[in-house]
Design a protein around this ligand. Structure first.
Ligand SMILES: Nc1ncnc2c1ncn2[C@@H]1O[C@H](COP(=O)(O)OP(=O)(O)OP(=O)(O)O)[C@@H](O)[C@H]1O
Ligand SMILES: [Mg+2]
Length: 260
């Protein structure tokens, strides 16, 4: 895949907040059809990087290219119009509204005269159900409230929504961190299905090296605003990533301590 133009290229990105440098010359390539894991300890700059890709922050210097073209996102709207969809940790869902209402949220399908027309509820129910089924969650009743869904199902809803509304690059911020083991696997399966579509690039932010190993094709490891490791799936198979994980040495110590 290295011969192809990456859907996202980040080149020498610097982001300063006042005197503080949160990103200090970060570069990475993201390819369509691949999962790119973004790893790093607290404060490494992961959220700052994705917020810059999402148009929330403007870079201090450096360039973001989308399919080879330099971008200047001034607002989140610019980034989303360009096909970058971010699923933040809070998911931006309304627990009291239905699955379908959350799926459309201000982008309802309407008919009839006038700018508002009638909301085509049954068509919207069908679309929401189909889109979620495509990436692995069967919702029997799309009028159920989102508050009744499992954490994994909510993630899938947010992912299906981003894809349906045009994301070609899907950024997932710690999608498994608040979930139990079983639901984590559910979300990983959803990510795998999106990966298998082959037409979407996924940036997966995670603290979990096992998840990165399970699902990522490539990874970039940040520490204090700099890339300290990067590679492909094959590199992930060795011990390198474990060594890179901040606290890796302590982990080995802890394991030994527990074994006593
Ligand atoms: N708006 C801001 N103003 C000032 N400093 C900021 C701002 N946003 C982030 N920072 C600082 O930049 C650094 C990187 O933060 P960032 O949130 O990107 O880290 P992270 O890798 O996402 O960490 P975590 O794993 O805890 O989410 C931190 O030291 C943080 O305090
Ligand atoms: Mg963060």
């Amino acid at each position: 895949m290295d011969g192809t133009v990456p859907v996202i290229r980040v080149e020498n990105l610097v982001k300063k907040f006042g005197n503080f440098t949160a990103l200090n010359g970060v570069s990475l390539d993201v390819h369509t059809g691949e999962v790119h894991a973004l790893l790093g300890d607290n404060g490494a700059g992961k959220s700052t990087l994705i917020k810059t890709l999402a148009g929330v922050h403007q870079p201090t210097s450096g360039t973001i290219y989308l399919s080879g073209a330099a971008q200047h996102f001034r607002t989140p709207r610019d980034s989303s119009d360009a096909g970058i969809g971010v699923v933040y940790q809070d998911l931006a869902l309304n627990p009291l509204a239905s699955v379908t209402r959350n799926f459309f949220l201000g982008r309802e399908v309407t008919g009839g005269p006038g700018p508002f027309g009638w909301m085509k509820m049954s068509e919207m129910d069908r679309i929401a159900t189909e889109q979620m089924a495509e990436i692995g969650i069967n919702i029997s009743d799309p009028s159920q409230t989102v508050g009744t869904m499992s954490g994994g199902q909510k993630q899938t809803l947010a992912i299906a929504r981003a894809i349906y509304f045009g994301a070609k690059v899907l950024i997932l911020d710690e999608p498994t961190s608040a979930l139990g083991q079983k639901q984590q696997m559910e979300v990983l399966k959803t990510i795998r299905r999106v990966q298998k579509r082959g037409d979407i690039a996924i940036i997966l932010i995670t603290h979990n090296e096992i998840h990165a190993k399970l699902i990522a094709d490539r990874f970039t490891f940040l520490s204090l605003g700099e890339v300290i490791g990067a590679g492909t799936k094959h590199d992930l198979e060795g011990e390198e990533i474990r060594k890179l994980m901040a606290g890796g040495a302590e982990l080995a110590d802890l394991a030994q301590e527990l074994a006593v």
